[in-house]
Ligand binder design. Structure first.
Ligand code: NAP
Length: 298
């Protein structure tokens, strides 16, 4: 469907958190929500970059209501400090966008010893969503949107070696695993919310192939960005659709729909059967509670 951020309804009175919003799709998600009147909390790990991004948004939208809060998703203590600070300042959150991500870095671990991609992209957002759940439940019909990827199709949740400790590190394998985990989480979170009669809805989205800083660790992909990459503002649209449109909760996963879902307008994205497998989802939920030390909706 030919839908753009400008078609979003007013977001006046809403409070939104967007992780990793200093650049890439997150920047355009924050921009889009602010342009429609939402108060936006930019949850970023680098204050300097976040300040510059905020200034850029304010240049175009001088009345935008934007604040920056420090959040490093590769550090459980930072996530806990972030949520404490949010709870001290706000009594509800209407929109949480789990957008931040890393792709194919050299093998490395988070502060808590998790493989960086699984730890940041999945475990960090799992913990954040759980800790913010009381504030989300205080809003009227809050939504949580988690960013997945077409890479989820090649993902495998390797329960025997989630952190790539035992087998040889595959940077693409770990990225795909984390993006499959993001989609499984979004679907399973929604299932648990609904069976608890929660007013909160959890959905997922993906931005096709957007030319952003995500490809910073791959020279080849940085070059291919020039040929195949779409403007990140277009990649942000499915997430904004999922976060704000009335009919979005009727379908779990929104993306772009042309050329193998790499480009095009927003629509219903294809969900690999692996992401709908309930036994994998149950096991991943349990492991994620254990690793993040944040237990919810059990
Ligand atoms: N671009 C694509 O084609 C594509 C395709 C499919 C899915 N996605 C997904 O879309 C999301 C956004 O990616 P993007 O393309 O916009 O990439 P990007 O331009 O690299 O932006 C990623 C954002 O995440 C932040 N981030 C990384 N690690 C973090 C951490 N530990 N704590 C807090 N923030 C952290 C980055 O902060 P810094 O600037 O400080 O590094 C940046 O703000 C990701 O989840 C990605 O997997 C992107």
């Amino acid at each position: 469907m030919k839908w753009k951020a400008i078609n979003m309804p007013s977001q006046e009175g809403k409070i939104a958190i967007v992780t990793g919003s200093n650049t890439g799709t997150g920047y355009h998600i924050a921009y889009g929500l602010a342009s429609k009147g939402a108060s936006v909390i930019m949850a970023c790990r680098n204050n300097e970059k976040a300040e510059q991004a905020k200034l850029n948004i304010l240049k175009d939208i001088p009345h935008a209501n934007i604040v920056i809060e420090h959040l490093d998703l590769s550090d459980l203590e930072s996530i806990s400090n972030f949520t404490k600070s949010i709870k001290n300042q706000y009594d509800k959150i209407d929109i949480l966008v789990n957008n931040a991500g890393v792709m194919v870095p050299p093998q490395s671990i988070t502060t808590d010893g998790f493989e960086l991609q699984f730890g940041t992209n999945h475990i960090g957002h799992f913990a954040l969503s759980g800790l913010l759940l009381p504030l989300l439940e205080s809003a009227e019909n809050a939504r949580v949107i988690t960013m997945s990827s077409i890479a989820h199709n090649s993902g495998v949740i390797d329960f025997e070696d989630l952190q790539s400790n035992q087998k040889r590190y595959s940077k693409w394998g770990s990225y795909s695993q984390s993006k499959l985990a993001n989609l499984i989480f979004a679907i399973e979170f929604n299932r648990r919310l609904k069976s608890n009669n929660s007013s909160v809805t959890s959905l997922a989205s993906h931005p096709g192939w957007s030319a952003t800083d995500l490809q910073r660790h791959s020279l080849l992909f940085r070059f291919l960005n020039l040929i195949f990459g779409m403007a990140p503002v277009k990649g942000a649209a499915p997430c904004l659709y999922a976060a704000t449109m009335d009919d979005a909760p009727n379908y779990p996963y929104w993306g772009v729909t042309k050329i193998g879902e790499m480009h095009g307008w927003t629509g219903r994205a294809k969900i690999n059967n692996k992401a709908n497998d309930e036994s994998t989802a149950l096991r991943l939920w349990d492991v994620s509670c254990e690793l993040s030390r944040v237990s919810y909706l059990n």
